[in-house]
Design a protein around this ligand. Structure first.
Ligand SMILES: [Zn+2]
Ligand SMILES: [Zn+2]
Length: 259
């Protein structure tokens, strides 16, 4: 008989030996022994495990992905906040941001927020792939309105040193590799701005003024990539820099929207 790697019977001789050793083993002991062997085999065959529930086989199982909160279809085209009808929200209607469209599938809420926090602040870089893949799947596994390049939201050099990676760049590289879109660090953060949570709109603007500089000539259509959209101030400032350089179409690709 051809020996097949996936045949669980290959474990039987081992189980038989173990059973002989334990002699009059109870059914419960045998069951535990078998389950231990089956789990070890499964682990060997499928070493990948769900980052959320530890189920074997995939980096994020369909059940856990199904728990991630999705944004409703009725939302503002600019800032992705849910709206009663499918139109712009009152804030964006009053003053349209300097970008054209925001594509984002998820709400930044439990349990996705915990996954993103663990990834960024908890030394869990193994979350990069499941986050990127889940994002792509949620977007219909197609780049929305294919841009000429992806521009990750930059971190200041000091924060990059502290964290060791730029989360937006990691996500952008997954998209870039999957669909052959160049990832270009065309925007640099020249000022290390304090966190903006709790600041007024005017204070956020002042905080970010001249925080970003262009380095290089951007193409006609770009997409700015970020993990979480909160106030939208950073996105506006980067888009403003790009628009001033003559970029015709600016999209925002965001993994999750805080609402
Ligand atoms: Zn799971
Ligand atoms: Zn809006």
């Amino acid at each position: 008989m051809r020996r097949h790697r996936h045949n669980p019977n290959i474990l039987q001789p081992r189980l038989g030996m173990d059973m002989a050793r334990v002699g009059a083993a109870s059914r419960e002991q045998v069951r535990r022994l078998w389950h231990g062997s089956a789990a070890r085999l499964l682990n060997w065959l499928l070493p990948e495990r769900c980052r959320s529930c530890d189920a074997p086989g995939v980096p994020l199982c369909p059940a856990c992905l199904g728990d991630w909160p999705r944004l409703p279809d009725e939302r503002c085209a600019y800032c992705a906040l849910p709206t009663a009808a499918n139109g712009d929200c009152p804030v964006c209607a009053l003053e349209a941001p300097p970008y054209d469209y925001c594509f984002t599938p998820f709400v930044y809420a439990a349990p996705l927020d915990a996954a993103i926090s663990a990834w960024k602040f908890g030394d869990r870089l193994d979350w990069t792939r499941p986050l990127a893949r889940a994002w792509m799947t949620a977007m219909g596994s197609q780049p929305p309105a294919r841009p000429d390049c992806l521009i990750p939201v930059p971190l200041h050099a000091a924060r990059l040193r502290e964290r060791g990676f730029n989360q937006s760049e990691l996500l952008a590289r997954h998209w870039g590799r999957a669909y052959g879109i160049p990832v270009r660090g065309l925007v640099r953060r020249v000022r290390n701005t304090p966190h903006q949570v709790g600041m007024s709109r005017a204070a956020r603007r002042e905080n970010l003024r001249s925080a970003f500089r262009l380095r290089g000539i951007p193409p006609a259509h770009v997409a700015i990539v970020d993990d979480v959209l909160t106030t939208g101030s950073t996105l506006r400032e980067i888009a403003h820099v790009l628009r001033s350089a003559g970029v015709e179409r600016i999209d925002a690709w965001i993994l999750a929207r805080a609402i």
